[in-house]
Design a protein around this ligand. Sequence first.
Ligand code: NAG
Ligand code: NAG
Ligand code: NAG
Ligand code: NAG
Ligand code: NAG
Ligand code: NAG
Length: 364
Amino acid sequence: MFASLIILLAAHLLAANAHGQACECSSVVLPVDVNTLIAKDPTDPFGGLRSNATALRRLNAEYDIFGVFCTPNEKTAQSTDVIQLLVHGLTYNNEYWSPKTEEFQNQSYTAYACDRGLSTLAIDLVGVGKSTRPTNASDAQYITNAAAMSQLARHLKNASILPGIKPFNQVIGVGHSSGSVVLIAGAITEAERSPFDGLVLTSQLSFQPGQLGTPPGEVSARDDTPLRWGSLDPNYVTSDIRFPFYPADTTLFSPRMLVYDNFTKDVAPVSFIPGISISSLPANYTGPVAKLAGLRDQAICVGTGRCNDLAALTALERVLWPKAKSFEVVLTEGGHCMTLDFLADGAFSVFVKLVKEFAGLHSD
Ligand SMILES: *[C@@H]1O[C@H](CO)[C@@H](O)[C@H](O)[C@H]1NC(C)=O
Ligand SMILES: *[C@@H]1O[C@H](CO)[C@@H](O)[C@H](O)[C@H]1NC(C)=O
Ligand SMILES: *[C@@H]1O[C@H](CO)[C@@H](O)[C@H](O)[C@H]1NC(C)=O
Ligand SMILES: *[C@@H]1O[C@H](CO)[C@@H](O)[C@H](O)[C@H]1NC(C)=O
Ligand SMILES: *[C@@H]1O[C@H](CO)[C@@H](O)[C@H](O)[C@H]1NC(C)=O
Ligand SMILES: *[C@@H]1O[C@H](CO)[C@@H](O)[C@H](O)[C@H]1NC(C)=O
């Protein structure tokens, strides 16, 4: 199956990093074969991971995964050995990691990472952006996406993503919010067989069913923006309320970022909302794991009291990773979308430090 993975499209140069080393970015489309059991009931908070066979159905499909691959122009050992697979969260897409405007170029994590010699592949999840959108939203569950991301990671290690680029020795998964839950789902199902050499799980903490409310303003995408999404299954959702993704202190982000965010928002399968409770299940994953939470994160920290005591939070999260090579929780200063506010630099430096640590590279 993996042999059938080929690049369908390798396009144009997208960005040159204003600050330092030039960064070559290309759009790619990578087909993945997903063959897995998923929950018949897309509102199952555990995505079928706790269900017996009667509650599961087999999903066997091929999806095209769209991504933006960025690599430093001047090749160093680390840029050719290690790649970060960047997985966006609910109602975002690959652009979360690199907003496509002049003004926000200094808030591009892919450019920041490139500058420090690290390659990235920022993808759109199944159902989102330019990746395949299954007609039936209940096909695009966490487990579906976990299987797709694992296959993508194996592909990155086994085949050339573009002509002239060697397969990578190591793949570090970096998730944001629901994207972190996708990586957790894979860490549960694949355990010691996981192709990921480390997981950096940002803006995500474990939540039991009912512990985290529905995100505000959630609405069927087809009702929200009929011109764009009018023909979609109503179980693809989006949200018009974006400010909880930013710090409550409005001086800490650009008002234009909020406008840009609202303008470029994407859809997510509705199963991603209850399915967040997959994050409360233990994973037998054996690589190194770090969770990052922003002290100004209005979705998971502010008002929950969970981020006040780092030792207590670490102890609570640690038990879910009994076999991890290492585990830590890092508190950063920013909000839920910690790459999109003025405190982003602090988060970026933690991402890079962890990725280099997990990959066994020297930090600068
Ligand atoms: C790696 O690639 C080779 C050649 O393309 C293929 O035969 C093999 O099945 C692949 N292995 C994995 C684990 O993907
Ligand atoms: C499977 O789970 C269902 C509930 O989801 C339960 O009603 C049924 O008894 C279970 N079957 C077996 C064989 O455990
Ligand atoms: C989506 O698929 C599920 C499972 O096969 C099915 O129960 C449901 O009716 C489908 N929904 C639509 C809108 O076709
Ligand atoms: C978001 O964009 C829509 C149009 O796409 C607009 O109607 C709405 O007022 C905007 N909301 C905010 C909070 O900017
Ligand atoms: C994890 O490993 C333990 C044994 O060490 C086992 O009891 C448990 O079922 C495993 N969990 C999963 C999800 O496979
Ligand atoms: C980006 O640049 C703007 C304008 O110079 C500045 O206000 C902002 O703090 C910078 N953002 C980051 C993340 O460095």
